[in-house]
Design a protein around this ligand. Structure first.
Ligand SMILES: Cc1cc2nc3c(=O)[nH]c(=O)nc-3n(C[C@H](O)[C@H](O)[C@H](O)COP(=O)(O)O)c2cc1C
Length: 183
């Protein structure tokens, strides 16, 4: 499976790191991050962004509008934006493609490919909620960073794994981490 992973400047960059680690053995990954997305990795984790870049198959410069994933002719199966800021989500909901990340999301939508958005904000304004509804009606999967606690998590990693597991379920990969009720 060929997957684009977009990282933006919302809190929750650990979700993206764990997703890359969990997918890399079974998927071809193209990584694209906004400037604030990169900053958030540095703020919230001990992870060097360069290490993340070295794990994946292709890195796209978010300002290079000539990047292959900006074109519908560059096939990919799915895109996951994790975490997704309200700013990026608003742009996508309005059809604004002003960087590689928002353009690749627009491509995913117009080509009817799977687009999974993992928004992170609280509380949510009516504008945020309307944007989510609009995107959902377009077939986008809105998968909020809202971990469940029925697996009795003991560590931050357990909580992160819950969301990563749900993202991988949406990709059709039932090999993700995280608990399943009844198992
Ligand atoms: C410490 C910090 C935490 C932030 N957390 C969030 C967040 O959880 N959700 C959100 O929508 N924006 C958050 N922001 C604001 C975004 O980073 C800001 O809107 C930025 O313009 C997003 O740009 P991008 O979508 O291109 O990455 C945060 C900013 C800072 C400095």
């Amino acid at each position: 499976m060929d997957v684009v992973i977009g990282i933006t400047g919302a809190s929750g960059s650990l979700y993206a790191i764990r997703l890359v680690e969990s997918l890399v053995a079974q998927c071809r990954i193209t990584l694209v991050a906004s400037e604030t997305g990169r900053q958030m990795v540095a703020e919230e984790t001990d992870y060097e962004f360069a290490n993340l870049e070295s794990l994946v198959h292709e890195n796209a410069d978010n300002s290079d509008m000539a990047a292959p994933i900006c074109s519908g002719s560059r096939h990919f199966d799915a895109m996951v934006i994790v975490p997704c800021s309200m700013a990026t989500m608003s742009k996508i909901a309005c059809g604004i493609s002003d960087n590689v990340l928002t353009r690749a999301a627009a491509v995913a939508m117009k080509e009817r490919r799977k687009l999974i958005i993992v928004p992170r904000e609280t509380p949510l304004s009516s504008i945020h909620l309307e944007n989510m509804l609009r995107l959902s009606r377009e077939g986008v999967v809105i998968l909020p960073a809202m971990p469940g606690f029925y697996g009795c998590p003991e560590t931050v990693s357990d909580i992160v794994d819950f969301i990563v597991g749900r993202i991988m379920d949406q990709l059709g990969l039932e090999t993700g981490p995280g608990p399943r009720w009844g198992e």
